[in-house]
Design a protein around this ligand. Sequence first.
Ligand SMILES: CC1=C[C@H](O/C=C(C)\C=C\C2=C(C)CCCC2(C)C)OC1=O
Ligand SMILES: CC(/C=C/C=O)=C\C=C/O
Ligand SMILES: [Fe+2]
Length: 560
Amino acid sequence: MDSLWFSVICGHHVSPFTMLDFDQSCHRKHGFSLENKLVFGRKPYKQALITARVVSPTQLAIVPSPDKEPVDPDQNHVAWTSVKQERWEGELVVLGEIPLWLKGTYLRNGPGLWHIEDYNFRHLFDGYATLVKLNFEDGRLIAGHRQIESEAYKAAKKNKKICFREFSEVPKHENFMAYVGDLAKLFSGSSLTDNANTGVVKLGDGRVVCLTETQKGSLVIDPNSLETLGRFEYSDSLGGLIHSAHPIVTDAEFLTLLPDLLKPGYLVVRMETGTNERKVIGRVNCSGGPAPGWVHSFPVTQHYVVVPEMPLRYCAQNLLRAEPTPLYKFKWHPQSKAFLHVMCKASGKVVTSVEVPLFVTFHFINAYEEEDEDGRVTSIIADCCEHHADTSILDQLRLKNLRFFKGEDVLPDARVGRFKIPLDGSRNGKLEAALEADEHGRGIDMCSINPAYLGKKYRYAYACGAQRPCHFPNTLTKLDFVEKKAKNWYDEGAVPSEPFFVARPGATEEDDGVVISLISEKNGGGYALLLDGSTFKEIARAKLPYGLPYGLHGCWVPKK
Ligand SMILES: CC1=C[C@H](O/C=C(C)\C=C\C2=C(C)CCCC2(C)C)OC1=O
Ligand SMILES: CC(/C=C/C=O)=C\C=C/O
Ligand SMILES: [Fe+2]
């Protein structure tokens, strides 16, 4: 318990206060002292200019980290180190200015705890979910983080071992019969994880849901307390075990894809806001391969859903294995080719399926329709963070690789892949870079756009790029698809998470707003960063009491 952070005393608010006041009141009320451990104020550190909401440390279920004292700082970057404790909340000191119009909560989800007892997980995606919040109001910022209480997480803590199948980790079986029993449970889905560690979305009715690739890993949370409220139960009988981890969510609906591993294809489904019932829009049959391609995400236009069929396909044999394969639950099938299918949202009809060059992507950025002079849709443009049809990025995201950086340039190249899908019956689509990849250091992933441009012609995207040499995307980049230029933000040794764009209410320009990112620093620290959406210059930053692990995707919950 060498460096625990308490989010301070119970039942009262003190703001602003000096460390001395704080320490004394803490001692008076609770009989413990913080011994200058709050080092996140402005210098001198004895003045911790925070407002503390008060949680007794005895109420915190503390998860001690097994990590030993840092030997080599490169191997112990806080981005890849388990979160220090289960939860924390407090006000941060803001340097710069938070726009007064920014009122609401940014939530970010991600895998933040990569060990149980002394067993260390292997892959970034295995970690138990850590939810982070940044609550902005009146230029002030209250931050917090909390572990998501999935069944998988609770069972692991209780039994001191992994109890469900994670991305690459599988529970260890005591004997062969236990293994066979577990396989049976795999088919029913009961052995699959509900560790909702990938994203978080705000539904049109206000419910906030954390998600992962398993359907059972859809968990409702309270965006203020970050408490896990329970499972989001899909009330339909569509079944299936997996879905896209990135549904398209608007105020009106929730669209997602349900891969069908038995009869290779995908169901395109829609859940109307205010309901828990998904209804089938239509079905796409795969054009190649023994199984559907992995659909981590997919794009939509105003009238169409684009269903990607990557040659990186789900693999039933690999699903059954106890030890991870180089491609985990997937298999690379270049001979099966790659396709994009376009489904009309209104009719559920597949209007075209085109073969495209082989590709690998986690994240589609956006898509839109191109029209001729008579307003007829002639083609669809779909953009994604494309890894040059190379699956090695999956291996690069093993914790062993992320924790080892000796200055070598090992991040595989990536580009903004721009697909052009003709709607004139042609059988082939094109794939080209939307801009010179050197503009963003030949690394690109973790993207966001102005949500008002979802499915529409757009000019800007925000993402993580690369400043070489590096082993992981280490810049924030603003992409301009008209000028074909990028603006880059970089802080040496820092690992920034997905830049998230929030539009200024009433804005008319696409990039009028702010970009939020959480930064994990090389010295173990961390801060929340706000960039101007237009100039891409820093407007504010606020240091966290300690650096947080890397996180994946976020959402914005505006203040009501
Ligand atoms: C990316 C990304 C992956 C990750 O996924 C987590 C899980 C638990 C995935 C599990 C599975 C597959 C990837 C393939 C099919 C089977 C199944 C076991 C459901 O979180 C991420 O962000
Ligand atoms: C971290 C990442 C993918 C996350 C998926 O949700 C990719 C990083 C580099 O491309
Ligand atoms: Fe993702």
